[in-house]
Structure formats: C-alpha cells, structure tokens
Design a binder for this molecule. Structure first.
Ligand code: B3K
Ligand code: ZN
Length: 848
C-alpha cells in the first residue's frame, strides 16, 4: 500500500478533536486473510472542538458497511480515513475487513508464527478500524474476540469466555494507541501480587509452548517493579489481571498496552544457558519500564505526539531509578551515561538533532529517539536535582492527583512542579525546546580559601536552530585535595548565564575540582586538568561517576594522541589504572567499567568534536594497540583477577555475581590479546552459562581464533532463535578491521538469515553499525551493503528500515571520499520507487 502524500505535522497547529468518544465496543472475527472488525462507538461533539464533520483515521481498510444511529451511511472515503457529517451525539457502527497475515509492517493487527498480535503505538489502530486515532481521544473499550486459537486476550479484565470467543473489558479510559489483542496457542507462567490497596492481581506471562521455563526472571522483575512503584511513587496496579505476551516478530523492545503488555521475546525469555547477564539486566529494566507506563503514559497520557517525552522521558527516568535501587546506582549511572553519550550526544551532533519536544514531524515513529527517551529522562533527573527528592515526590503526587485520566502536555507537567515548589521554570523549559548538547567550560583557581570557578556555557547550532539561549544547568561540584582527601562535599551550583563565576569554600589549599558529579547535567564538560589531576580523581574522587569518568578522559586523551600523533600508549593512564583495578574494596562491576575503553565510535565522535576527521582504521588500530598495552602492563593483576573471580555455585543473574563475571570477562578480553587464546578457549569449552560462553567466543573471534568455536556454538544452538541472533551479531561485531562487511554479506546467505524478522535483521545489520571500521570501510562497501538491504526491507517494514537508516547519521564527520560514498548510498535509497514515508523523511533530514 502506498502512503498518502507526506504532510508535515506541527505542534503549533494542534487543535482539539471535533468529537469525543464515550464508549468503544469492538468485535474481532479473526481470519488470517479476511479478519472482520465490527465497531460500535458512541461519539459526542467536543465543546472545545471547532465544529466540522466527523473525521476518522483509517489506513488500508476495506469498508464493508457503516451506520450512524442504525441507518446505513456512505461516508466520503479519503486516502487516510473517512469523513461524514454527523449529529452532536450518535452511535457509529462499522464493519471493516483486514488481512493480518499480509501485514509485514508489524503495525496494527498482524501475525507472528501463527499468533495474532497488535502494535498500535503510535498510529497503528487506524490500520484496524476507522477511529479518531489520536491520544487526546480517550474511552473505555469492550472487546469480543472470535477465533479458533486457544488463548484470546485484550486489555483490561476478562468478563466472559466460551468456546471460540472471549470478551474483555477495560474500564479505564485510554487512547487507541494502548489497544491490544492477542490470539494464539500460548501457555502461561503465572503468579500473583497483592497491591497496597488489597487488590489480588493475577500475573501471566504468555509464551509459545516450550518457552514457559524461561519466564521466571521476567516474572520476578514484574513483581519487584509493582512493589517498587508503590513504595517510591505511591502507584498501585488498577486491574485484576496483568498479562504480558512474548512475540517473536516485533519492531522494538516492548509495548505498554493497558493490562496487556506485548514484548519482543528477547526481553522476556531468559535461562542461564541462553541469556547473558546483560540480557537479564535488560529484561528487568524493560519489564519495569512497561509496567511503570501504567501510570506514566496510560493513566496520565499525552495530548499529542509532540508530548512523547512526557511519558517516555519520565518512564525511562523511573526505570533507571528502579534498576539503580535493585543493583548499583554507581554502575547504573555509568552505564546510562555511556549510552547517552554514544546515542544521544551522537544524535545531537548530527543532522538528526531535534529537541526533546520536537516542533514538527512527518512520521512520528521516527521520533522515538535517544533524545526523546534518554535526554528526556535526563531532563526529569535535572528537575529532581534542582528541587530535591522530597519536593520531587510532592510534585509527582500532585501530577497524578491533578492529571489522572487526562491527556497532558509538557506545560501541564512544568506547572505541577511550579505549583508544588513555587519555582519559576520558564528558563528550565528550554531543555524541552532547544536541541544540542551544551558545552560547559570550567576554569578554576584557589583564592582566599575558596575555590573559584569561571563557568561558561554554549549550545551548538542544530538543524533549524542557529542561535540558543543559555539554559539552567545544575552542576554538582566537589573537590579533592592533593593528599586525596575530600576538600569540598558535593554542592549544587546553578549555572543560568552564558558566563558565571562561583566561589565555594574548601578545606585545602591545593585541590582538583570534581565537576558535574553523578553527571547531574547532560553536557560536554571542558575542564583544563592535567593528567596528574585526572589520575588524582581516578584514585580518590568520592563520587563514583567522576572517578570513572576521570579514567575515561585519560583513556580518551591517550587514544586520541595515538590516533593523531602516532604516539605509543600512555604510561600515566596505565599506571593510574592499576591500583583501581586491583582495589578489592571497589565493586567488581565498577572496576569492569573502569577497564573498558571508549568505543571506536566514541573516539570518532571525540575527534570530530575537536575538529579532526576521524580515520576509522587508524582508530581501530589504536584501540587495539591500547588494549594490548593494557594487557601487557596489567597482566599479573588481570591474571589474578581472572583466577580469583570465578563464580562458584549455581548461576544467579543477581548483580553481585554478574559484577564478578563482568570484571573477570573484561580481564579475559584483554588477556586474550597476549595469551594466544588459551584462557578463552578453555572458558568456551567449559562455560556453564551464556555470559561466560559469549565472552569467551567474542574474545576468540576478536583475535582471529574463533572459527571453530563459532561452529561449535552454531551446532549447539541452531534451534534456539534468540541464541542464534547472538551468533549472527557476534561474528559481525567482532570481525577485525574492515572484514565485518564480508562477514555480514556472507551471513545474509545463511539459511537461518530470516531477514523479515526484525531481530534477525538487526542481529546482522545493527551489528555492522556497531563495527565502526567495517561499516565505514574505505571502499564504501559497508554503506552499499546496508543500502541494498534497507531498499529490500522498506516495502515490507518501513519502521525498522527508517530506524536503521540512523546508522548513517554520522556521515558528515568523515573524509570527503567517505562522505561522497555515504551520500551516494543514501541517495540511492531515497531514489527507490515507492519508498515509505518513514524512510523518506529520515533520508531527507540526513541529506539536507
Ligand atoms: N511506547 C513503546 C514504543 C512505541 C514505539 C512506536 N514506534 C515502548 C516504550 O517506550 O515503552
Ligand atoms: Zn516507554
């Protein structure tokens, strides 16, 4: 089906709906190629609307019949819906036909391995029936499903079921994007939860038969999330049943449909032999995230899609708090910031930069971005830092009390904070409006027993926003004296001007300032510190984030010197690293992060920010040389860690054991550079869990002796789809130099490369994007291979195609030749006949 002519939607043009909906009743007669959807919808004219006819969204629907108050009508059919004059209150009844079996876009009602399932956010409901498919139209839904499948699910609570049918009722008003339906041959892993208001809730995780023994961790995460939300936000669950369904074909991670979360199977299913510690942590975070949406997203939803960060930024912030509480705040913060810098700072620095609340879009699915999610979460975190945890809780209580059942805006959100604290947030609101990562420069000196900081802030120009006003930047500042003691405890400084000087009392005469502790503000910090200053912070900073970051800056500077000047790896960095790595009072998970080098892409980003043109092969070589130098310099420590940190006893995914494995495997990765692969091979042969197995296989592959292990891994796991995704992605990601392109091309020929499955497609091409030297291969072959496959995928699955074009977003960083090749690849995709609106918008933004 061809998209209608692309239209730009603007926040400034928002107008309330002409009609509101009081009640929705749907009947589904499920048939793969001819499903009938019968709707009975009670409409009422919106007193705040601007009059006009009834306009319903609809896409690819075959209208069988339509009635208004029982009388047959002939609405005017448009390419993207229908229109008809209607009275002030009336009942609309329609019957439409759709073909879920032919729905390869995975938006609306589609089929995955014989199971019917839905994905409606953002605008998939209009592919199911005619409806005002916008989040500010909210209604209770009753859904009857007729099908031969044994398990029939929809939102809310079950009210009736019999042979071949089931009826579900969701009493809570919701927008259509939260609608869900599932019908399939499924089995449940069940449990229960009693809420703080004594509601007995049945919890079910529905999976394909055979997968039921891999649900325990997701269930455990769900129960912990439910308890956490009660304790920390006073939010209890509000239905008698909470269902989660795992689906193999899914465009993203998961979806928070009311009472019926639908998940990509990879974020539900886990067992120690098939899932890594990282998989477990992601499952925990995503289960929590979708559950937390029940209040931040569902009970309080968004007025329009420009307000997406209202639910996503807040819910990401909440899931980050949860994971920090469940595991380690320091480790979680470092991981989150690493991701923020890798994805969001990268987005902010390129052609796709946009504000946390964008001003316009063509396809809203293109704005489920790192900026909306991750920077959106940072903005919530900054509000909390500025007003403190107690005022934050008070504001959130007011938010839920005032806006329960409503579709809200960022203005509503900020007004709540203003009303709860009396604080003027006019300048703070710029965080939602201005794109770009602020740069803060810090010059410091000690004068009369005080630390003086000269601070400046500037925000780079981004597409459509040449000039920026100064923002409110909460900077958390401490200081460490030369003897390693703390000379200033963490103090909050509010930077509001382009230039500002602050004075802080300190207890020593010679100190190193520790600025932006905990990464309180999402900024690029430019602070002139010597290597010795950074080494002091790495050794002694009491703030774990800045302790880690001091090491990271040393590593980055050393690597950049290697890349630019061809210098040898830096002794100061390696010397500073040793005592931290062997300090067993420090959490092993933290030490593993200290040991990790910035990625090739991070280094390219850093070089570009300093005005240099990154050369991917030179970067890759430098990073590999540095890893070898680390291994040589730290060998005795690494070898001892490797031997001592072996986890005994049965596998547990909990943070303590996972942390030990992460440090031990970080040591293994370095040691494999110099031990000929002996340890990795032994570990691969004897591993009793997937974390150790994947770590060993990666180390072997990265160093060129992984071929046999990869084959053994394949033989063992060829029938397990989630593990096979790892097999595909590991080979591409670890392929040395530019060879990842050939590896990816070869793997696309493999019989198990089911390119229509988004997980499998991403396992090869997402991994290619993660292999910097290969994707940016000098001959352009990485760009061409990706372009070929995106052209192939686009007609089937525009959303996943459009999302994967972001692998090209950094093209302006590179040399002229690579730029030309990347642009040529992008133009070739853009010139494809019948290209989707999704992909066309992304290409236009990247090429303009
Ligand atoms: N809200 C969904 C994302 C929907 C993406 C639509 N393209 C999952 C989440 O953020 O929880
Ligand atoms: Zn979300």
């Amino acid at each position: 089906m061809k998209d209608a002519a692309p239209r730009t939607i603007r926040l400034s043009e928002y107008s309330p709906p002409a009609y509101l909906v009081d009640d929705v009743q749907l009947t589904f007669r499920l048939i793969p190629l001819a499903t009938r959807v019968l709707s009975r919808i009670s409409f009422r004219r919106n007193p705040d609307g601007d009059g006009g006819p009834l306009r319903l969204d609809g896409e690819g629907l075959k209208l069988i019949s339509a009635r208004i108050d029982g009388a047959e009508v002939q609405p005017k059919l448009l390419t993207d819906g229908l229109e008809i004059d209607a009275p002030d209150t009336f009942v609309w009844e329609a019957e439409v036909e759709i073909a879920p079996q032919e729905n390869t876009a995975l938006s609306g009602l589609y089929m995955s391995n014989g199971m019917y399932c839905t994905q409606c956010e953002a605008e998939g409901f209009r592919r199911i029936t005619y409806y005002p498919d916008r989040p500010d139209v909210m209604a209770p839904f009753t859904v009857r499903i007729e099908s031969d499948r044994p398990v029939l699910l929809s939102n809310g609570d079950p009210v009736e079921q019999g042979d071949g049918y089931a009826v579900w009722q969701d009493p809570w008003k919701k927008p259509a994007y939260l609608f869900a339906l599932v019908a399939g041959d499924l089995v449940a892993h069940s449990d229960h939860f009693t809420t703080s208001d004594f509601r007995e809730v049945t919890l079910n995780i529905w999976v394909r038969p055979g997968d039921e023994d891999r649900c325990a961790y997701a269930m455990d995460s769900l129960i912990r999330s439910m308890a956490w939300d009660e304790e920390h936000y006073g939010r209890a669950y509000d239905l008698d049943v909470f269902n989660i369904v795992a689906v193999d074909d899914f465009n993203m991670g998961a979806m928070e449909n009311k009472g019926l979360n639908i998940f990509n199977a990879r974020y539900v299913l886990a067992s120690s032999d098939t899932a890594t510690d990282t998989d477990y942590a992601r499952i925990e975070a995503i289960i929590a995230h979708e559950y937390f949406h029940n209040w931040t997203g569902n009970r309080v939803t968004c007025r329009d899609w420009f307000q997406l960060c209202l639910k996503e930024g807040l819910t990401v912030f909440r899931d980050q708090q949860f994971s920090g509480d469940e595991r380690s705040h320091a480790v979680k913060r470092i991981e989150d910031v690493t991701l923020l810098r890798a994805r969001q700072f990268r987005e902010d620095a390129g052609p796709l930069a946009h504000p946390v609340r964008p001003q316009s879009y063509i396809e809203i699915n293109n704005f489920y971005t790192a900026t909306v999610y991750e920077k959106g979460a940072e903005v919530v975190g900054m509000l909390r830092t500025l007003i403190g945890p107690d005022a934050y809780r008070k504001a959130l209580d007011l938010y839920f009390e005032r806006h329960d059942g409503q579709a809200c805006t960022i203005e509503d959100w900020l007004t709540v904070f203003h009303d709860a604290t009396g604080r003027d947030l006019t300048q703070f609101a710029l965080w939602y409006e201005q794109a770009g990562t602020p740069t803060v420069t810090v010059d410091s000196r000690v004068e009369d027993g005080e630390l003086l900081l000269d601070l400046t802030q500037s925000i780079p120009a981004t597409p459509g926003q040449p000039d920026k006003a100064p923002q409110v930047i909460p900077l958390t500042v401490g200081a460490i004296a030369r003897d390693g003691t703390e000379a200033l405890k963490t103090t909050l400084v509010e930077l509001t001007e382009a230039q500002q000087t602050v004075r802080l009392p300190i207890t020593a005469t010679d100190v190193v300032p520790s600025v932006n502790r905990g990464f309180a503000a999402p900024i690029n910090l430019q602070q002139t510190l010597s290597q010795a200053d950074r080494a002091l912070l790495l050794a002694h900073d009491t703030d774990p984030f800045n302790k880690w970051d001091a090491g990271r800056v040393l590593a980055r500077q050393a690597l950049i010197a290697m890349v630019r000047d061809g210098t040898a790896s830096d002794a100061t960095y390696l010397d500073a690293l040793a005592p931290v790595i062997e300090d067993d009072t420090l959490d092993p998970a933290f030490r593993a992060l200290v040991l990790a080098l910035p990625s090739d892409d991070d280094l390219a980003q850093a070089l570009a920010a300093e005005g240099h043109t990154p050369d991917p092969m030179v970067i890759d070589t430098a990073r590999s040389d540095m890893a070898r130098a680390m291994a040589e310099r730290l060998e005795p420590i690494l070898a001892a860690l490797y031997d001592d940190l072996r986890v005994k006893g049965p596998y547990s995914p909990a943070a303590v054991d996972a942390g030990k494995r992460s440090l031990r495997n970080a040591a293994l990765s370095l040691l494999t550079k110099i031990d000929g692969g002996a340890r990795a091979q032994t570990q691969f042969n004897t591993a009793d869990n997937m974390t150790d197995s994947v770590a060993a296989l990666s180390a072997l592959l990265r160093n060129g002796f992984g071929e046999d292990a990869a084959n053994t891994f394949y033989d063992r796991w060829q029938n397990d789809r989630l593990v096979m995704d790892k097999w595909f992605s590991l080979q591409v990601m670890t392929a040395p130099g530019e060879t990842g392109v050939a590896t990816a091309a070869r793997l696309t020929e493999h019989p198990a490369f089911d390119w229509k499955n988004p997980n499998r497609f991403r396992s090869v091409f997402g991994a290619l994007g993660g292999n910097h030297a290969s994707f940016h291969a000098a001959d352009g072959s990485g760009y061409d291979l990706l372009a070929d496959w995106l052209i192939r995928l686009d007609p089937l699955n525009p959303q996943t195609t459009a999302r994967m074009t972001t692998m090209f977003e950094t093209w302006p960083r590179y040399d002229d030749d690579r730029q030309r090749k990347a642009q040529a690849a992008l133009r070739r995709i853009a010139a494809t006949e019948g290209l989707s609106r999704d992909t066309a918008e992304m290409l236009a933004r990247m090429l303009d």
